[in-house]
Design a binder for this molecule. Structure first.
Ligand code: ADP
Ligand code: ZN
Length: 435
């Protein structure tokens, strides 16, 4: 179902007119209400009057994560505190967290973003939506919750964790929809199949909305098979509101971005110039209707490309390709660029391996080392290195051919790699510790 056909299927020219109108408004608010933006625009010699259409967006300054941290907590807020009804913050593994604040309208807009994705996946009144994203400052839990509410579905706020109980409730309450990170979905699937108390045969799950971290087609196959569902990608980031900045439609050939709310651009991260249509680069967003904390040209560090061709589903909203990873996740090992998701892609090609892995990079005797922990499924596992060899060899060859460097592969015993309830951590770069 298309939740908001007028917007989601709007002709390009009409969408551009809407974006132009909204951009003018948001730039004006930023300039007048947020000293940070006024200063940045003044230093570029521009005022809101220079912004006449959406094409003028390239005149605006970029905003970075460092800017957000410098303005912590409320420096970028464009409304007075009595208009704010919610505050979220992202994990911020290093330094201060990134804060987002919301007016009532912002919460509604955000819920609509999620509702559009869920509606595309067929969610309706009567569905039981199990929200296994963490509830709290993290946007995942409440974001999915409010989206489900907008569709009139049952919200089941289990949050992340308590895995045994989660799967019991999933069965007993007849959850039809699951929302969580793909890593946690994998953990839930594993727990269901290990359990003698619940059975996938008794579950009513039909569809899952997975996001908040990069995942691969191989992972999708695994989740669809193990949970007997359709697995749908949902994308978002705290800086724009949270999950629901976009999501896949029925065709699953890219993530539609709700560009009436969040205007996307792709730039070359080195030159900061716009990329040609279809070219890979860094995704940049301008929030077009956020009131509490509008953001101009935010550099997400997510690497992807945009597809403007019309989608078979009827939606005209631009699509984005799967996210390769964040530029900060990329590791340069022996001069080669490596994204953790490439390892997931390779692992899921081999039925004997689980999709769990952990990469450790170090520098020993002036040379980069690349260690890869992987897990064989219990039925294939043996502690005897001779029996492991037939599995290691093809995996090694495939990684060398796809990624271009030779890993030291270590087979861990079943369940030997840590499971994650939220966003999984896939790599440790020990080279950073030597400096
Ligand atoms: P943090 O920066 O602490 O992880 P967020 O929860 O705001 O905080 O994370 C947003 C980021 O998560 C995005 O910029 C992107 O890198 C990643 N992300 C979110 N959804 C997806 C998705 N569906 N596919 C790939 N990456 C995603
Ligand atoms: Zn579509």
């Amino acid at each position: 179902m298309i939740f908001n056909p007028k917007i989601e299927c709007m002709e390009r020219e009409e969408m551009r007119a809407l974006q132009s109108e909204r951009l003018k408004k948001v730039v004006k608010a930023c300039y007048e209400k947020v000293p940070f933006y006024k200063k940045k625009m003044d230093s570029r010699g521009i005022t809101p009057d220079d912004i006449k259409t959406i094409d003028d967006i390239v005149k605006l300054p970029f905003t970075t994560k460092t800017d957000l941290r410098d303005e912590y907590p409320f420096g970028l807020q464009a409304v007075s505190q009595d208009k704010v009804v919610r505050i979220h913050a992202s994990s911020g593994t290093t330094g201060k967290p990134v804060v987002d604040t919301y007016t009532k309208n912002d919460i509604n807009m955000w819920a609509e973003g999620v509702a559009r994705v869920m509606a595309a996946g067929g969610v309706n009144a009567g569905d039981v939506v199990q929200v296994s994203y963490g509830y709290g400052l993290f946007t995942g839990g409440l974001g999915a919750h409010d989206g489900a509410a907008m569709l009139g579905a049952v919200q089941l706020p289990t949050s992340a964790g308590n895995t045994e109980k989660q799967i019991m409730l999933m069965q007993d309450f007849g959850s039809t929809v699951l929302c969580c990170t793909p890593s946690y979905a994998l953990r839930l699937a594993e727990a269901i199949h290990q359990s003698d108390k619940v059975s996938i045969d008794k579950m009513k799950l039909r569809v899952g909305f997975f996001g908040a971290e990069p995942w691969t087609e191989g992972m999708r196959r695994e989740l669809e098979e193990k949970l007997r569902i359709k697995a749908i990608d949902i994308y978002g980031l705290t800086e724009m509101c949270g999950p629901g900045v976009g999501g896949e439609c029925e065709c699953q050939n890219g993530t539609h971005l709700w560009e009436d709310m969040f205007y996307p651009e792709i730039i070359n991260p080195d030159t900061l110039e716009p990329c040609a249509p279809g070219e890979f680069g860094e995704l940049v967003f301008t929030s077009l209707c956020k009131e509490a904390m509008p953001i101009l040209r935010y550099r997400t560090r997510d690497l992807t490309r945009l597809i403007y061709d019309k989608c078979e589903c009827g939606r005209t909203a631009v699509r984005m390709d799967r996210i390769l990873g964040r530029s900060d996740d990329m590791m340069i090992i022996r001069g080669v660029n490596v994204f953790p998701s490439q390892i997931e892609t390779v692992l899921t090609e081999f039925p004997a391996f689980t999709p769990y892995y952990f990469i450790t990079v170090d520098r020993i005797n002036n040379e980069d080392t690349f260690d890869l922990d992987v897990e064989l499924r219990p039925e294939y596992f043996s502690a005897d290195p001779k029996r492991q060899m037939p599995f290691i060899k093809p995996l090694f060859d495939r990684i060398v051919s796809l990624v271009g460097i030779k890993p030291n592969i270590h087979i861990k015993p079943p369940f030997g790699i840590e499971r994650s309830m939220g966003k999984a951590k896939h790599a440790l770069d020990k080279r950073n510790f030597h400096n």
